[in-house]
Design a protein. Structure first.
Ligand code: NDP
Ligand code: 8X3
Length: 256
């Protein structure tokens, strides 16, 4: 297993959910962490908490991943501060709404496309050159079960995660001549702030998504990501679909 101690992990979207759980897990094992997100207060709280708990260095960067200039600035800033990542977790993403396509909100579509595809690419473009310069490390792209299985109301979110799947496979090919491994993890239902965001903070609707079964938790996915990145450098897990035991497809749940 690769020792993460003193290595640097860059995690986009680390103010909650899967990204945040990854930040705590890598830090607990001695890695230094770059965390990003739009919510400054959360970034500052997580930075102080991790630094005091684990004695590692945390570098917060507050910006919107859909802002192309801000992402470019982020990459330049990492280089200037000599923050070369060994691990890159391209995680920031969201869903908005579950309306059928014909009733969908174009604003919601644009937000998902801007965040999950364009933001994903901007972040990759900012970070990959630094990793290529060192010719080492591992990239984890946050795909989803929604990236290979469409479900009613998933439409545009599905399309963005199909795109992540394609881009992750493409990244693997394009980095062939490097030592950098590329993986996408494709979770099913994970209880985070994901559904709250999807339903515009309507807690009842969000809670309903996970009613009657035990979903995955952000920490479960963080542990799997940690394993995927830390196994022998000669092993490349290209993509991994993970569901709770009570979920067998994107729309098939055992709710008791
Ligand atoms: P959360 O809502 O808990 O976390 C999402 C993170 O993304 C937050 O830190 C948020 O930070 C960040 N983010 C969202 N939009 C932007 C933006 N425009 N600019 C910068 N950061 C942004 O959800 P999850 O942890 O569940 O989601 C993480 C990833 O996992 C996403 O890509 C999601 O699609 C994927 N996923 C989630 C599943 C689930 O069931 N939960 C299943 C499969 C995949 P902030 O708001 O501070 O900007
Ligand atoms: C999140 C999981 O099934 O709600 O990517 O799309 S799902």
């Amino acid at each position: 297993m690769i020792d993460v101690k003193n290595k640097l992990v860059v995690i986009t979207g680390a103010t909650s959910g899967i990204g945040k759980a990854c930040a705590y897990l890598y830090a607990k094992n001695g890695a230094n962490i770059v965390i990003t997100g739009r919510r400054a207060e959360r970034l500052s709280h997580i930075t102080n908490d991790i630094e005091s708990k684990y004695g590692v260095k945390v570098y917060p960067f507050c910006f919107d991943i859909t802002d192309r200039d801000a992402c470019e600035e982020f990459g330049l800033s990492l280089k200037e501060k000599n923050l070369y990542p060994y691990f890159f977790i391209n995680n920031a993403g969201l869903a908005k709404g579950v309306a059928p396509l014909q009733d969908g909100s174009i604003d919601d579509w644009e937000e998902m496309i801007d965040t999950n595809i364009k933001g994903f690419l901007y972040a990759a473009k900012a970070v990959l050159p630094l990793m290529i310069e060192k010719n080492e490390g591992c990239i984890i792209n946050l795909g989803s079960i929604a990236g290979s299985q469409v479900y009613p109301g998933g439409n545009v979110y599905n399309a963005t995660k199909f795109a992540v799947r394609a881009l992750s496979l493409a990244m693997n090919m394009d980095l062939l001549k490097t030592n950098i491994r590329v993986s996408s993890i494709e979770p099913g239902a994970v209880e985070t702030e994901f559904s709250l965001v999807r339903f515009n903070q309507d807690k009842e609707k969000a809670d309903n998504v996970y009613k009657g079964f035990t979903p995955l938790h952000a920490e479960d996915i963080a542990e799997i990501i940690y394993f995927m990145t830390c196994i022998s450098e000669n092993i490349n897990i290209q993509h991994l679909l993970v569901t709770p035991t009570a979920q067998r497809s994107a729309s098939l749940f055992n709710r008791g």
